[in-house]
Design a protein around this ligand. Structure first.
Ligand code: SF4
Length: 363
């Protein structure tokens, strides 16, 4: 199931076009035409099968918005006849009231006024742009074939014409440092996209990056480095009010069997969210200094597992900080997502990852 984790009620039905429409191959990109893509299939039958499978899997769960999304290549780089065929087939599901709108993913240099005019003839609501970096040096070394100015121009054109814009960024590309990645994050915030996806760069077989890795001229981020830099990026985007709807690649057998090296983890977002909560909770414990009794943390129910961390590892660390007080976690419906309260020694302390404040007052 492919959903934007942070938007309950949105169901995205992905239709992979299999690297089609790309003018060249980026260093990190693996050939995905062997995956469950439209390559070599009748598009009408294939799209129908995918839509049915996703709607059946979603069952009666309430969905406020269903979108068919063309992913896996450069949609607006396809020739017009192919774009027309695919968009018309997908638009049929919108006309029938089965889905609400369409979504495409594409490259910034493949967005023009003419292309936008064409897209406006279909119920395309969202355009996701593969930005990857806002550093021209990193883009060149990654063989992206576009510049940061192409990104600025494409996002401005799409927003001007009323499209929702999602952007993709990658951490750990060739020639990128922690500082230059975070600089890209700040420049991406300036673009005011509606949503962001962030993936740590992974090395897949049959890519140029795999050759660079074998020759020792490319070193992927370690998992700790990737979690650290993506945590900082998440906080910057959230403080700017821009939702990060995905962190890390969607786990799949194909990803796992093609992986050569890099910071892959099937629950990458949990690692990042867990790190954010551990930092907030540690700061609260330092302010509260409970000497005995209980240190009770209140979190919103959807944040409960992020707060505890994978295998409860955050609880073990917090317990060591709070001892001899006992750490207790309560999931409270009224608690705002991303925020924490600590009840300790007759005081209540709160902390919020958006504003980073810590206050204490009597209960
Ligand atoms: S534009 Fe996207 S799909 Fe095309 S080669 Fe680059 S990463 Fe792969």
């Amino acid at each position: 199931m492919n959903r934007d984790e942070r938007r309950p009620g949105l169901l995205i039905i992905p239709v992979f076009i299999g690297n089609r429409g790309c003018p060249q191959r980026c260093v990190f990109c693996r050939d995905n035409s062997d995956e469950d893509s439209l390559t070599g299939k009748d598009p009408g039958n294939a799209i129908g099968g995918i839509v049915r499978a996703y709607l059946d899997a979603a069952g009666s769960r309430k969905k406020s918005c269903v979108q068919i999304a063309f992913y896996g290549g450069n949609f607006t780089g396809l020739d017009r006849a192919q774009q027309y065929e695919l968009l018309s087939l997908a638009a049929g599901y919108v006309d029938a009231g089965i889905v609400q709108s369409l979504r495409i993913s594409t490259r910034p240099d493949a967005i023009s006024r003419k292309e936008i005019e064409f897209l406006r003839g279909f119920p395309v609501r969202t355009v996701e742009i593969g930005v990857q970096s806002m550093s021209d040096d990193v883009l060149t070394r990654s063989r992206r074939g576009h510049t940061a100015d192409d990104v600025r121009r494409a996002v401005a054109l799409l927003k001007e014409n009323g499209f929702q814009v999602g952007i993709h960024l990658m951490a750990g590309l060739p020639a990128e440092s922690r500082e230059s990645f975070l600089e890209s994050v700040d420049r991406a915030i300036d673009l005011r996209p509606d949503t962001v996806r962030i993936h740590p760069t992974l090395v897949f077989r049959d890519t140029e990056l795999a050759d660079l890795y074998r020759r020792g001229t490319y070193r992927p981020l370690s998992l700790d480095e990737a979690v650290d830099v993506c945590t900082e990026a998440l906080i910057r985007f959230e403080k700017a009010g821009i939702p990060v709807v995905r962190l890390g690649l969607q786990p799949s057998t194909v990803v796992e069997t093609s992986l050569v090296a890099g910071p892959y983890h099937p629950a990458f977002r949990s690692l990042v969210e867990g790190k954010v909560f551990l930092a907030l909770a540690s700061r609260l414990l330092t302010s509260a200094v409970p000497s005995k009794g209980e240190a009770v943390f209140l979190v919103s129910p959807p944040d409960g597992s992020f707060f505890r961390g994978l295998n409860n590892r955050n609880i073990a660390k917090l317990q060591a900080l709070a001892a001899p007080a006992k750490v207790v976690v309560k999931e409270e419906r009224g608690q705002k997502r991303g925020s924490l309260k600590l009840l300790a020694g007759g005081e209540i302390y709160s902390s919020d990852r958006f504003s980073n404040y810590t206050t204490g007052h009597s209960i």
